[in-house]
Design a protein around this ligand. Structure first.
Ligand SMILES: C[C@@]1(CC(=O)O)C2=NC(=C\c3[nH]c(c(CCC(=O)O)c3CC(=O)O)Cc3[nH]c(c(CC(=O)O)c3CCC(=O)O)/C=C3\N/C(=C\2)[C@@H](CCC(=O)O)[C@]3(C)CC(=O)O)/[C@H]1CCC(=O)O
Ligand SMILES: NC(=O)c1ccc[n+]([C@@H]2O[C@H](COP(=O)([O-])OP(=O)(O)OC[C@H]3O[C@@H](n4cnc5c(N)ncnc54)[C@H](O)[C@@H]3O)[C@@H](O)[C@H]2O)c1
Length: 233
């Protein structure tokens, strides 16, 4: 199945999780990271879910799912060990046009959740489309292990440059060309090796910006990290 990948802003949005076991706990953990307003409904809860309830990080209803539980939800997750209950949640989602996730199906007509790694401004999401979640997890771990911390600084730097180019009203095609050139360059590798001067020269050359344009905190903060040298001036 070719699912459509996207990144949702769930900050403050109501999300319902049906089930209180290991899988519900994992889905809830990632929903908490996204800042969703989470209600978990289940007769039993893992210790971690119970702790989140005690800490008021989630709302918990200690009872089985019943029709109507999805009312007002932006998203719903069915993660019980009862296929008939999960299917009932899906039916309610379909009827009310609330996107739903079925944890016990690999060919869901709802949405599926990828294996995710997120740090700094970069998120890596890997999906096998339901074929092998274990493999998606392994590939995510491989990318994670090979993503150098300097890459995360590089993202911040490119974000700064993008904002400067927009504020200077550089035309969109020119902006795109500059930012693609920078993303494809060896800049991150040079910073990683501590070759700050060479990296700065490359960055200024490719961006077409002047040194004075880049006297921004996120850029100069390169001086404070693992890299040595004088940073950008
Ligand atoms: C990525 C991750 C995200 C998350 O859940 O947060 C996720 N599963 C993870 C782990 C994992 N899941 C399973 C194993 C055991 C090994 C294996 O089976 O491979 C492991 C590995 C482990 O536990 O170590 C078993 C399993 N999973 C599903 C079924 C039903 C079925 O296949 O029929 C069964 C059989 C149940 C049974 O045997 O009864 C179904 C789904 N699991 C998905 C996502 C969606 C597809 C994503 C995709 O393919 O891209 C989908 C379709 C629906 C959904 O849940 O969204 C998360 C990584 C967590 C992390 O980040 O570390
Ligand atoms: N998607 C995945 O990543 C993945 C991974 C492993 C297993 N699974 C599937 O997900 C299911 C759940 O896995 P688990 O390890 O969390 O199981 P679990 O046994 O730890 O938890 C099941 C939870 O469902 C709750 N529940 C049972 N009936 C309910 C009802 N009527 N209303 C609300 N909650 C109810 C139980 O109280 C319990 O909290 C498995 O049966 C399996 O099919 C999915």
């Amino acid at each position: 199945m070719n699912y459509y990948p996207l990144f949702l802003n769930l900050k403050g949005r109501p999300v319902v999780v049906i089930g209180g076991g290991a899988v519900a706990e994992r889905k809830t953990a990632s929903l908490l990271r996204a800042g969703a307003a989470i209600t978990v409904i289940s007769p039993s809860f893992t210790p971690r879910l119970a702790r989140w309830e005690a800490e008021k990080r989630i709302i918990a209803h200690h009872r089985p799912y019943r029709r109507g539980d999805l009312d007002g939800a932006a998203l719903a997750f069915a993660a019980t060990d009862q296929p008939s209950v999960n299917e009932a949640v899906a039916r309610e989602g379909r009827r009310k046009r609330i996107p739903f996730n079925l944890a016990d199906r690999s060919d869901s007509d709802g949405f599926i959740v990828p294996a995710v790694f997120s740090k700094g401004g970069m998120t890596i999401a890997v999906s096998s489309g339901g074929k092998s979640p274990a493999l998606a997890k392994r590939i995510r771990d491989y990318v994670k292990d090979n993503l150098h911390p300097e890459e995360q600084r590089w993202v911040e730097l490119l974000a700064q440059i993008k904002r400067i180019l927009i504020s200077k009203k550089v035309s969109p095609p020119k902006r795109r060309a500059i930012l693609n050139r920078l993303a494809e360059s060896d800049g991150a590798i040079l910073y990683r090796k501590g070759e700050i001067q060479a990296a700065n020269t490359l960055l200024l050359k490719l961006s077409g910006l002047r040194r004075t344009d880049l006297s921004l905190p996120a850029v100069t903060s390169l001086e404070n990290g693992t890299t040595r040298g004088k940073g950008i001036r």
